[in-house]
Design a protein around this ligand. Structure first.
Ligand code: AMP
Length: 391
């Protein structure tokens, strides 16, 4: 592998990793999960696609990282690219980690309490083990720093923005950046393209991207805003919190849990947060599962229509993420909610493009293009890491 870059995505109880080289020889990748529990383990895949599972009962982040780096010991990474969820207003692009950057990543836990501390832990663990290896941070929010003020400000008193940085930030930046760029290359229209990129997975967000720049997105101050997700509600009436508290006596923490962990597809279906399970139940006649899919598809379509307002020209829609890449029926249902856009779909292509396949699903006479593009956040993070280091 030539000039490998290690990409790390440290969550609160997991570490996703990938080693990518300059060549297209393939990558080494894996996932350490259940960290801190007896069931902690690493699922590792080598460059030939061979898989192993290693049990690491009770492993901490530091221990798991040590093991991951041992598994990668035959390669010499040139740098590590860390995915960091929140970069606040300060970071509009990837940066090399120094003490100030690390302090900022930790401080921004006020905006991402679950994610930024885990991201910082990963950076510190690598710094301890390999003090000479450069670390670069790639922020989920950075891609959206090009949004105009009309898109990122909330209509609340301005001191909350000026003194407390309360505004819309947006997330999934590496994914929206990657798929919009890829769509532009594939479509090859020869002019500036306007895409609505729909990253639909456990977490879902959509972004209006014009000429490679994010102009608006569905997630806001936190990743709760926007469309319904696996367990997150997406948009609700802001007065819902007060109503739940005043009339039903729920505390703020309980409301937070309801909206983040018990809502979305899980909340509506009462069955699962997983689209495959819901799809199966719906096809067996479960009315709640059917409704969950209907609401999801309708809300995604509504956001596609509204995000088109941000685009000077609307070239088309890009589907990505676990649901966007794999569920032809969800794609079809979303597009059926957009009858005014002159979209025509090739049904065979729509059904064919699943499980990692990439391509267009619109017909020649369709007014908008529609692409299915498997996301590759690791590639994007490695690319930005190399750009920062001039490699
Ligand atoms: P992600 O968070 O991007 O990994 O996406 C996870 C979501 O993708 C889950 O809701 C899965 O059920 C969904 N998904 C994966 N494969 C399929 C499929 N073949 N059909 C429908 N949903 C799928």
């Amino acid at each position: 592998m030539k000039n490998p870059i290690l990409v790390l995505n440290c969550g609160s109880s997991s570490i996703k990793y990938a080693l990518l080289g300059d060549d297209s020889e393939g990558r080494v990748q894996g996932l350490a999960e259940n960290l801190g529990l007896d069931t902690a383990r690493i699922k590792h895949q080598d460059i030939n696609g061979e898989k192993v599972e290693i049990s690491l009962a009770g492993a901490t982040h530091q221990w798991a990282l040590q093991k991951i780096l041992n598994l990668l010991s035959e390669y010499k990474p040139r740098a590590v690219g860390h995915r960091v969820v929140h970069g606040g207003r300060q970071f509009s692009e990837a940066v090399l980690v120094d003490d100030n950057v690390l302090t900022e990543v930790k401080r921004l836990k006020i905006l991402a309490p679950l994610h930024n501390p885990a991201n910082a832990l990963g950076i510190e663990a690598v710094k301890n083990m390999y003090p000479d290896l450069p670390n670069v941070v790639v922020f989920d929010t950075a891609f959206h720093q090009t949004m105009p003020e009309k898109a990122y400000r909330y209509a609340i008193p301005k001191e909350f923005y000026e003194e407390h940085r309360i505004r819309r930030y947006g997330f999934h930046g590496a994914s929206h950046n990657y798929v919009s760029n890829r769509a532009t290359n594939l479509a090859n229209t020869g002019s500036q393209d306007g895409w609505v990129t729909a990253h639909l997975g456990n977490g879902s967000s959509l972004t209006a991207v014009f000429d490679g720049k994010s102009l608006d997105t569905t997630m806001g101050l936190t990743p709760l805003e926007g469309v319904p997700m696996g367990t997150r509600s997406g948009d609700v009436d802001p007065s819902l919190h007060i109503h739940l508290h005043r009339t039903l006596g729920y505390s703020l923490d309980e409301i937070d849990t309801i909206l983040n962990k018990r809502s979305g597809l899980l909340g509506i279906s009462g069955i699962s947060s997983d689209m495959r399970t819901i799809d199966q139940a719906s096809s067996e006649g479960n009315a709640d599962a059917k409704l969950a899919i209907e609401i999801f598809c309708y809300k995604v379509a509504r956001y596609i229509a509204s995000l088109s307002c941000a685009l000077p020209t609307f070239t088309g829609i890009v589907f990505t993420g676990g649901i966007g890449e794999n569920s032809s029926s969800v794609r079809e249902k979303i597009l059926a909610n957009l009858p005014h856009f002159g979209i025509e779909i090739d049904d065979n292509e729509n059904q064919r493009l699943v499980r990692g396949a990439e391509g267009a699903i619109h017909t020649k006479s369709s007014r908008l293009q529609v692409w299915v593009i498997p996301t590759d956040e690791e590639f994007q993070i490695a690319k930005e890491t190399k750009q920062v280091l001039g490699l």
